[in-house]
Design a protein around this ligand. Sequence first.
Ligand code: C2E
Ligand code: MG
Ligand code: MG
Ligand code: MG
Length: 280
Amino acid sequence: HAKDSGKGRYEVFDASMHRKVQNALSLEADIREAIEWQEFQPYFQPILRLDNQGLKGFEALARWQSTKRGFVFPNDFIPLAEETDLIQAIDLQIIEKSCQQIKQWQEAFNDSAIYVSCNLFCKHFFSPSLPDDIAKILQNTGLKPESLRIELTERALLENTDIVLANMQALKLMGVKILLDDFGTGYSSLSYLHRFPIDVLKIDRSFINNVHEHDNHQAIIKTIIDLATNLHMATVGEGIENLADAELLQQMDCNYGQGYYFAKPMSASDCASYLKAKLG
Ligand code: C2E
Ligand code: MG
Ligand code: MG
Ligand code: MG
């Protein structure tokens, strides 16, 4: 009996493995098509000053409007896109569309200070063509480099340090600011943070969520903000979902905030209405 059920389990496992591989292959094929068909679009989530709720800019977040699969969120395509290196093409499309959109809004709302902050997969920072890729997009869209920010995670600081540093310096020289995303969750050692020309630390939302009820998270956030201040970096709290957290972060001298409490990521047309209400 034991042998029979063992064999049965093996077959079930085998069938589900097979299905997983099939699914991954078909997702990969669909992502390839979607890149060609330009199905990836940026959604925009506001980033505000915590002291006066003034709008500073937006984070661009990829959404896939798939003819085959419907509306797809990043968690369902970014991991495979990273594994297959297709992420680089997606990232460049999102950055180009975001720059185009922000340029248009700067003109429509007569506010040249609105910026866009785009996520870039860490491996892109290992590529010598990165500064050129970004320069071309800025040239094509006419957006000022000062209006573009690049978000990367701590993963990018762990390997190929020389090329990562060179790329960061090239972007900084152009006027593009660099943000460290999800700070506090990665493996980066505090001792080498100062070697990279990072302008802003984004405090991970796992520390922010209901921080007003968690003393230990308050201590971590305070430490991150002190660190940022000492290194002349600004701070963004991400994932702020309620007023109590927003107020507490402001009391702790966190500069900027982002989260559902202020606004969810919005399509370009919803975001245009948001801008009209806020600035128009
Ligand atoms: P991220 O860069 O840390 O982006 C913040 C995520 O938190 C977004 O999820 C956003 O919708 C979500 N968020 C914002 N405020 C709140 C809140 O108050 N509560 C909660 N629960 N969540 C909030 P999203 O859009 O699903 O993106 C997930 C991740 O996918 C991003 O995390 C980023 O790592 C990655 N990603 C998104 N777009 C791109 C892209 O264009 N390129 C690359 N390479 N990665 C991207
Ligand atoms: Mg981000
Ligand atoms: Mg983040
Ligand atoms: Mg995140």
